[in-house]
Design a protein around this ligand. Structure first.
Ligand code: NAP
Length: 276
């Protein structure tokens, strides 16, 4: 059955091809939105997924649905504001599977929308902690586990592990509506490129995606604070509509797969042309 977008236009559907067969993938921000769509997609593509977020009830329901579909899914409680909780989540993956092939660092929070001069110190601190520092903590723990993977190839070209960070179109240029969010996402782009260069020698690829407007709760929260923003975002997209969460997850799946074996340090737009 054809799915429709926020503007009522059809969204193409895809069939599983086993893109992530045999891989263990950790997904943060998996309780809803892009992360939940990624959980379904990665599992359908053959990955054993470990789902992380604060809302453990939502994670359990999601994992249950994935298992009913024949997939492999476990859950772990994770608060991105708490470094110890992030390291514990990666430890949990090691206990469950003894390895980590892919990490989709996707969890993040939106700031109170508004101009630079009214952005609060609390928002700056939260954006730094949850949307930037957490990714540094997560990536370093993940890379350490990936380096311990049994059979980790010494040859960087031989197909090792991969990390994908969710940045944003809002990182690419001035961001007058979400200044702290945009700044931390741009910092994440830098960290992504640095990690890619640093860990290439261990066969770990690191990339980021920069989604444009995507129909999730994050946009609903922005719409509540700034009525009309959904329509305004749709109007800026050359393809004429916001992305559905699965369409963003598809790009992360490819970047995590061996099909992207020569792609590292890339910031890949998933924005319907809005950043072009
Ligand atoms: N939607 C868009 O238009 C858009 C555009 C560009 C980029 N992005 C990015 O895409 C990613 C996914 O966003 P989304 O649109 O799917 O948003 P969403 O529906 O609001 O989901 C955000 C996810 O992050 C998790 N999260 C938030 N704070 C957390 C914390 N302190 N600890 C652990 N998990 C936390 C949430 O889980 P819990 O609340 O259960 O913890 C939830 O699973 C984010 O990185 C976002 O910045 C979104």
């Amino acid at each position: 059955m054809a799915m429709t977008s926020t503007t009522g236009t059809p969204v193409p559907q895809t069939s599983a091809i086993g893109l992530l067969t045999g891989k263990v993938v950790l997904i943060t921000g998996a309780s809803r939105g892009i992360g939940a769509a990624a959980a379904h997609l990665f599992a359908r593509e053959g990955a054993a997924v470990v789902l992380a977020a604060r809302s453990t009830d939502a994670l359990e329901r999601l994992a249950g649905r994935i298992r009913l579909e024949g997939g492999r899914a476990d859950t772990v409680a994770l608060d991105l504001a708490d470094a110890a909780s992030i390291r514990a989540a990666v430890d949990r993956v090691e206990q469950l599977h003894g390895r980590l092939d892919g990490a989709f660092n996707n969890g993040a929070t939106i700031q109170q929308p508004g101009p630079l001069e009214s952005t609060s110190e609390e928002d700056i601190d939260e954006q730094f902690t949850v949307n930037f520092r957490a990714h540094w903590t997560a990536m370093t723990a993940q890379a350490a586990l990936m380096r311990r993977n049994p059979g980790n190839p010494a040859d960087p070209g031989a197909g090792g592990a991969a990390i994908v960070n969710t940045s944003s179109i809002g990182s690419r240029r001035a961001n007058p509506a979400l200044p702290a969010y945009g700044a931390m996402k741009r910092a994440l782009n830098s960290l992504t490129e640095t990690a890619a260069v640093t860990w290439a020698r261990y066969g770990i690829r690191v990339n980021a995606i920069t989604p444009g407007g995507t129909a999730t709760q994050m946009i609903e929260e922005w719409e509540t604070a700034t009525p009309g923003i959904t329509e305004r975002i749709n109007a800026t997209v050359p393809l004429g509509r916001m992305a559905e969460p699965r369409e963003v997850a598809e790009v992360a799946a490819w970047l995590l797969s061996d099909r992207a074996s020569m792609v590292t340090g890339a910031l890949v737009p998933v924005d319907g042309g809005a950043g072009a």
